[in-house]
Design a protein around this ligand. Sequence first.
Ligand code: SAH
Ligand code: SF4
Ligand code: F3S
Length: 461
Amino acid sequence: MIETVKEEEIQKQYEYMEKIKDFGFSKKYFIDTMGCKLNENDSEKIAGMLEQMGYTEIDKMEDADIVVLNTCSIRENAEEKVFGKLGELKRQKEEKGAIICFAGCMSQEEHVVERIKKSYPYVDILFGTHNIYKFPEMLYDKLLGQKKVFDVWNIDGEVWEGLPIKREDTKSASVTIMNGCNNFCSYCIVPYTRGRERSRKPEDILDEIRNLAKDGYREIMLLGQNVNSYHGRENYNFANLLYDIDMIEGIDIVRFMSPHPKDFKDDVIEAIANCKSVCKVIHLPLQSGSTKVLRDMNRGYTKEEYLSLVQKIRDKVPDVTFTTDIIVGFPGETEEDFEDTLDVVKKVGFEQIYMFIYSVRKGTRAEKMENHIPEEIKSERFQRLKVLADNLIEEENKKYLGTIQKILVEGESKTNAEVLTGRTRTGKIVHFEGSKALIGSEVEVKIISEHVWYLKGKLVE
Ligand code: SAH
Ligand code: SF4
Ligand code: F3S
């Protein structure tokens, strides 16, 4: 059974937060969050602690007294960018004496920690993904003059509850239901950076969601690397959790990511079909359509099993749609293997595809495989997949033209403040003109045109 960090330990962190609150120096913070929604949720927790300690958030990294880089290791280019950012922070350290914190998945990689120790000596605090709750203590030690506070290992850790959180949004909230991953897909660094799988207790998750509902949240995103292996206690799995959340008044939309196709059991399919609030868009990571590549990736399913799972879900959940993740150019991927991927994409007709070029990760099994694919073939395949995906999505989008869709209004569009943005129940992004007062409510919008990655609509008065 997974242990929850003891209440006394959390209490101790609150005491550190109180002490730091009393310090009278300038307290402006900036968090740079990279990577996935789990990291975003972790950043909300780091922000919650900083606010509790009397810090305020600012938009400009250059003006901050404390900077936290919450990093991601998933692909190589993400990592290189972080070292670039660290380089930029050197001046800020020298001129302003800012405290530089390095957190997230990269800090769980030994070679990264070595490189930081060697080349970036001005990093003050380095902590991992499993011990975020100790941040107040680490900061306190640093403020009291300790030269450096590095604490990363013991990655398998526990789960912890009860620390403050500062949420980015007022209507839609992410709730991490489990940490870590036991799957060891051969290309993936996550099992090394996030440790073994550990589920939070159902009552802690449900309490958090009930409180969110009380605070006016209407949409919940459940997060975990493999949500359908959630195991809260004896005889309590992901399907049980969905049913229990569905009973919570005020929560209209429940999304989750990511489920793993190999663990997608019938009880979860039934729960999706039966729970009114559960969104009927399922993110079902494919990775490759070739059975041979899937085996080498250690994914635990074949092309045919994936396709029959999609069919099974379609049979039981009316109007269900799918989104997916695909990696092109995995070691040993032949033209034929790649065509299998294109074939699955055509057969399923995904709403959205997140496409990635395979990137070698140190210490993974795939790193040592033979037949790494040359860069130019990888990018040529990526382009071909993108063209196919764009065409299919355009086709799919045409089905929406003229229909009236229920949209939960999320906010202003990033590129045009005059335009509101939200999502259909099937997860399609819709842009339309309307008053900002509508943000947070559900409206009806008629779809008037399609633009591959979003639809344009008009409010139904
Ligand atoms: N747990 C999730 C995925 C988390 S990582 C799942 O199993 O679906 C998000 C996505 O990044 C993965 O689905 C995969 O498509 C991609 N990814 C992971 N490692 C990668 C690598 N080494 N190179 C390229 N893409 C990768
Ligand atoms: Fe990585 Fe696979 Fe775990 Fe997803 S399921 S996090 S791809 S190892
Ligand atoms: Fe990146 Fe870590 Fe998420 S490696 S994708 S931030 S789990």
